[in-house]
Write a protein that binds this ligand. Structure first.
Ligand SMILES: Nc1nc2c(c(=O)[nH]1)N[C@H]1C(S)=C(S)[C@@H](COP(=O)(O)OP(=O)(O)OC[C@H]3O[C@@H](n4cnc5c(=O)[nH]c(N)nc54)[C@H](O)[C@@H]3O)O[C@H]1N2
Ligand SMILES: Nc1nc2c(c(=O)[nH]1)N[C@H]1C(S)=C(S)[C@@H](COP(=O)(O)OP(=O)(O)OC[C@H]3O[C@@H](n4cnc5c(=O)[nH]c(N)nc54)[C@H](O)[C@@H]3O)O[C@H]1N2
Ligand code: SF4
Ligand SMILES: [Mo]
Length: 743
């Protein structure tokens, strides 16, 4: 086996491998190419940011081929010279003492100790194969991510399912985008967010539902600030967020009452005759049934259910009617709900019935979260077969088999378990081995008390991460050290479907390898290396992705190569070869879908989908009187903070300690002083937090940012039935003080 390491490693080893930037020249001559350009060590190159789905372009300034600084790109169509604090600090967090620099294996004394790649690979393959031999192939699963390059996702998904024979693999996108993906698929026939960011600037009415753009997508918010039409900005959020404060109308809705609100608004629009009948007639199906369904959502009833006034509802409906170009946007306030799919579809219904789709400044627009969640939705080979296909469809399997020159029998004909079912499978002893790539479930998964207990039951847990100190790495049996953004190359797909490029401008520390290289190494040790023989570098996989996308709605066959992406400032899908029906100019930098009113269902029509709302599963009650909301806390914190906590600058921009936002009225009644430590308790666990007394949350509600590790001790594991996305933003808690830690 050692010979494999010596054969493979030098090819990939970050220390010996060339920086991509070695091949780069001055601005205007960027290229990742194999074309050996004359080396010019001090230059600037550009790539997209590795945090959020906005996908800003960053200029990376190099000295001797290595990144020394960065500035936001002024000519990238996404961010037009802007970046948020995370983007500005993206390089800093790479140089951290917490980086995983060597594989780590848990020894017989229970300690993680450094081992070499050869031993790590022997353990990885030996242990997983042994589990498979005893309990069947399906007893090993993987959990992946929306934060590695699409090429890496394709390789991981292909290796795991076609090479290693796994059936079950899902991603952290389940926590985040599953609802939107299912909603779009059912309504439009494909998971296709229709918009481009120019729509932020072209709308005259912008409706933001469960979306705190100002801090979660600050550059998208900047795009709204550039809107020259003096737009109405309507924010639907139980909290008076930074975004709500900037709105022209803030609807401080009762949590999880969005479905009632949206049905109520649809009813008002119908009653007043404010419908685009022609659009509905030509391009949709199911409107009459929907119309009959929403009739009972009278303004009086809806006002009562949502906690809003009838005047609020009338004003919202009137704004939609008055708008010439109305866009509807949503994020986690909608997706993370036990009825998220139907809520997202209720938003889609409003856009369809008013003809606000397919034109500039319109759309039913789901905003993605992670830098490459969109890549994961199409190419991770988890929920969908590669290219947005269906595992259960024989023709789809055949198409993928032919494209990848693979025996179709190797492609599972069953769907994977979803993330919550993988967790459940571990609990039931069906899943014994888990491989976690670029996600931190021991912090981010819902209801941590059981999550920890469940992960402890695994026979073998492998974590592949940039940092060795993540909550999940700490409990792993084997840690594989990964290179991060800036240390490897590939592509990301942003919220507006733009394929953008990332490059290697920094060397990964120690023995850390790009995920791509780790997957190749595993393939060799597993004994299926020849399946991926032709995928020597990410761009080879990119060419395969093009072929996999052919004739799918996400067709990118006309993107020639990385260099073209670089020259064009990223390219949105679809981007189809000459000679096909759809032809796009690379020079047109921002495009939207459905301009011809044709959707992806066989009849070309979008669907009106709806269902009776359900009760809040865990309502506040006498014992637990507050409803806990969770979400993003500041623009400077990223998720479980493995990355952002490594920047002193970012750390100075957010509160060090976990805090709970509580309304001044409640604080006064509970006799809580600002900044006092209190205990927040749910039926499942308790958390110590500092009281942040504020009027941004309403009485009876509290808010804790997700970035502090104990938050998910409180959350209640319940899910949307269609998307299986966790409902992170509704559970009942109480607040105690003095703290009951000693009782
Ligand atoms: N700085 C920063 N930016 C990020 C991230 C980060 O960690 N840090 N993460 C990225 C990722 S992966 C994602 S998914 C996005 C998330 O971006 P957002 O979805 O904008 O962020 P959240 O704060 O999770 O949730 C948005 C809002 O939903 C509201 N909400 C809660 N319950 C309800 C409800 O029932 N109805 C309505 N209408 N609203 C409700 C909350 O009060 C909150 O203000 O952000 C991305 N951007
Ligand atoms: N209570 C509550 N919980 C939530 C949410 C909420 O709103 N409330 N939001 C949910 C949402 S929307 C999301 S997206 C999830 C996010 O949850 P996670 O995915 O668990 O959060 P991250 O901190 O982004 O974890 C990514 C991990 O990948 C590592 N990493 C970064 N880059 C690379 C790389 O290139 N390769 C490898 N191998 N590793 C890398 C990082 O160090 C980090 O440990 O959290 C969810 N959890
Ligand atoms: S808005 Fe998102 S993509 Fe842009 S710089 Fe900030 S984190 Fe990066
Ligand atoms: Mo997310």
């Amino acid at each position: 086996m050692n010979s494999i390491v010596s054969k493979i490693l030098p090819q990939f080893h970050e220390r010996s491998g060339p920086l991509t930037s070695d091949l780069l020249l001055a601005p205007g001559e960027f290229g990742l190419g194999k074309v050996p350009l004359k080396r010019k060590p001090d230059a600037t190159t550009s790539m997209v940011c590795g945090y959020c789905s906005t996908g800003c372009g960053l200029n990376i300034h190099l000295k001797d081929g290595e990144a020394i600084n960065l500035t936001p790109s002024t000519d990238y169509p996404v961010n037009l010279g802007m970046a948020c604090p995370k983007g500005w600090e993206a390089l800093t967090v790479l140089k951290s003492s917490h980086r995983a620099t060597t594989p780590l294996l848990r020894n017989s004394k229970g300690k993680l100790v450094a081992v070499d790649w050869n031993q790590a690979m022997q353990e990885f393959c030996g242990r997983f194969k042994a589990i498979q031999a005893e309990h069947g192939n399906e007893s090993v699963a993987f959990l992946s991510t929306g934060q590695i390059a699409t090429e890496e996702m394709v390789l991981l998904g292909s290796l795991a399912k076609f090479g290693m024979g796994l059936l079950h693999g899902d991603g952290n996108t389940r926590q985040c985008m599953a609802t939107s993906a299912v909603a779009y698929k059912q309504s439009f026939g494909f998971d296709a967010p229709p918009y481009c960011y120019a729509d932020f600037e072209e709308s005259d009415v912008i409706v933001l539902i469960g979306s705190n753009l100002c801090l979660a997508h600050p550059i998208m918010w900047q795009r709204i600030c550039r809107n020259p039409h003096n737009p109405e900005i309507i924010v639907v959020d139980p909290r008076r967020t930074e975004t709500a404060m900037c709105a022209t109308q803030h609807l401080a809705i009762n949590p999880k009452a969005d479905l009632e609100l949206l049905y109520g608004i649809a009813n008002i629009l119908i009653q007043r005759g404010w419908i685009d009948d022609e659009y509905v007639e030509q391009h949709t199906a199911g409107f009459d049934e929907f119309k009959a369904f929403v009739e009972s959502y009278t303004p009086e009833r809806v006002a009562h259910l949502t906690g809003l006034s009838i005047a609020d509802l009338q004003q919202f409906a009137s704004a939609i009617h008055a708008g010439k170009r109305v866009s509807f946007w949503w994020t986690m306030g909608v997706n993370q709900s036990y009825q998220g799919v139907r809520t997202a579809q209720a938003i889609i219904n409003l856009a369809l019935m008013t003809g606000n789709i397919g034109r500039p400044g319109t759309g039913a627009n789901s905003i993605t979260g992670q830098c490459n969640a969109m890549g994961s939705r199409l190419f991770s080979n988890t929920t969908n077969l590669l290219g947005g296909r269906d595992f259960q469809n024989g023709e789809h399997r055949q198409a993928v088999a032919e494209t990848l020159n693979l025996d179709a029998e190797r492609i599972p004909d069953k769907n994977s378990l979803a993330y919550p079912d993988i967790i459940e499978g571990i609990l039931r002893g069906k899943i014994k081995g888990l491989w976690v790539v670029c996600t931190n479930p021991a912090h981010s998964w819902i209801n941590q008390n059981t999550c920890h207990d469940i992960l402890d039951r695994l026979d073998f847990l492998v974590v592949q991460d940039m940092y060795a100190n993540t909550e999940t790495a700490q409990i792993a049996d084997l840690v594989l050290p990964a290179a991060g953004w800036g240390e490897k190359e590939g592509t990301f797909i942003n919220s507006e479907r733009r394929v953008g490029i990332i490059k290697k401008v920094s060397r990964a520390p120690g023995q850390a390898l790009a995920d791509f290289a780790i997957f190749k190494l595993i393939a060799q040790y597993w004994g299926c290396g020849e399946m991926f023989e032709s995928w020597n570098e990410p761009e080879d996989v990119f060419q395969a992705m093009k072929r996999l996308s052919r004739d799918q709605p996400c067709d990118i066959t006309a993107i020639r190569d990385y260099r073209m992406l670089d020259e064009c400032g990223g390219i949105q899908w679809p981007f189809v070869e000459e000679g096909s029906d759809q032809k796009f100019e690379a020079t047109v930098q921002e495009r939207r879908l459905f301009e011809d009113g044709h959707f992806y269902h066989e009849d070309g029509r979008a669907r009106f989908l709806f269902e009776e709302p359900r009760e809040l599963p865990e309502k506040p009650n006498v014992k637990f009187p507050y409803l806990l909301l969770t979400g993003r806390g500041t623009a400077s914190q990223w998720h479980t903070q493995t990355r952002t906590s490594n920047s002193p600058t970012l750390r100075s921009l957010y509160p060090k300690d976990i805090y709970v936002e509580i309304n001044a009225e409640d604080a006064s009644r509970e006799k809580i002083e600002p900044n006092q430590w209190v205990t927040v308790e749910s039926q499942r666990g308790r958390v110590r937090a500092k009281a942040f007394v504020t009027r941004t949350v309403r009485p009876g509600q509290v808010f804790i940012p997700m970035h502090y590790h104990s938050v998910n001790k409180l959350t209640h594991a319940h899910f949307d039935p269609y998307s299986k996305q966790p409902s992170y933003k509704d559970c009942a808690v109480r607040i105690r003080h003095p703290e009951p830690w000693d009782d």
